[in-house]
Write a protein that binds this ligand. Structure first.
Ligand code: AVJ
Length: 319
């Protein structure tokens, strides 16, 4: 049943996106098993500073962060949204386990394979840590969990995953989180900060071609899973950064006119020559926008942890 629902949503989202003007696809669908692997390649390139910055923050401040999470030593659920391969989180997890902090770890991810791999590696590296992974779209997962509020919650949303949200999604996300949490619960969210556009552009328009592959993989998914016939060689990937809004936008641009038929949708879509498909938003924040966001949803910023270059912040909020 689960699979059927997800598939249907993929279909309706695709139909809606490709009939819109301008056309768009949703970046949450980047992360099939193959896309999750490509994203791991992105995280490893030197140009993608976000991972190194957050790793630095977690290593430098693991002790302080643990004390904030452990607040009075009552046991808690550590829920991670979009956990991925957990490589950064492990720094904190290992430290907390070594300090005998009492918590359950619940990684949520959209990729089943990624979740399984994370669970396995944690069982090997940290056998004493109870791990309860959940697979799915976390807007859905947050809803399902609603009401099981017996235990204190700390929610991790690392890596600037939040940067992918449109204004509407940001609103929905924090509205859900407000319902999902109780006073005293905490959020720990990674925000990428505005900085020199030269640095940002290199991270999202990389010389290795990983970002391009990452975007094109979604067209492969449409071809394989929905029976589409995109001519993938005829797309150019393009990235823009607007320093005023802090928005990085990624597009696939059809270099030729093409008519794409999608079997599963029984529908055909026309792409004009040089017509763009909007693929992803990666928003950059500043101290002020972050503070306003917390206030708007009744959270208080307890502490901001930044890397040494001030590129990235992990912001700790309390409800
Ligand atoms: C996983 C959403 C944080 O926007 O920086 C990386 C995804 N896209 N390169 C980001 C991504 C292109 C990434 N997030």
């Amino acid at each position: 049943m689960e699979k059927l629902t997800v598939q249907t949503e993929f279909m309706t989202d695709t139909a809606e996106g490709l009939s819109s003007r301008p056309k768009y696809l949703l970046s949450k669908y980047f992360y099939d098993d193959k896309g999750s692997n490509i994203f791991q390649d992105i995280m490893q390139m030197p140009e993608y500073y976000l991972t190194d910055c957050e790793q630095e923050i977690l290593s430098l401040y693991k002790d302080e962060i643990t004390n904030h999470f452990n607040n009075g030593s009552s046991p808690f659920d550590l829920i991670e949204l979009g956990a991925g391969d957990g490589s950064k989180t492990k720094t904190i997890l290992k430290h907390m386990v070594s300090q005998s902090v009492k918590f359950n770890y619940q990684p949520f991810d959209i990729s089943k394979l990624t979740n399984n791999e994370l669970e396995q590696s944690l069982n090997n590296e940290l056998p004493e840590l109870p791990v309860f992974p959940k697979t799915g779209d976390f807007f859905q997962l947050l809803k399902k969990q609603n009401g099981h509020a017996a235990i204190r919650k700390v929610i991790l949303f690392l890596g600037s995953n939040i940067g992918n949200f449109s204004d509407d999604e940001l609103h929905l996300f924090f509205t859900r989180l407000k319902e999902f949490t109780s006073p005293g619960d905490k959020l720990f969210i990674g925000f990428d900060l505005k900085k020199s556009p030269k640095i940002i552009r290199k991270a999202y328009d990389d010389p290795h071609g990983h970002t391009r592959k990452f975007n094109l993989n979604l067209l492969h998914r449409l071809n394989n899973e929905l029976g589409a016939d995109f001519n993938i060689d005829k797309f150019e990937q393009h990235t823009e950064y607007d320093p005023a809004s802090g928005e990085v936008k990624s597009y696939l641009i059809s270099m030729e006119e093409q008519v794409v038929y999608i079997k599963a949708l029984k529908e055909q879509y026309e792409l004009k020559q040089w017509e763009p498909i909007f693929m992803e938003l990666s928003r950059k924040f500043d101290a002020e926008s972050l503070e306003n966001l917390a206030k708007e949803y009744d959270f208080i910023v307890e502490q901001n942890f930044t890397d040494l270059r001030n590129f990235f912040v992990d912001s700790l909020w309390i409800r």
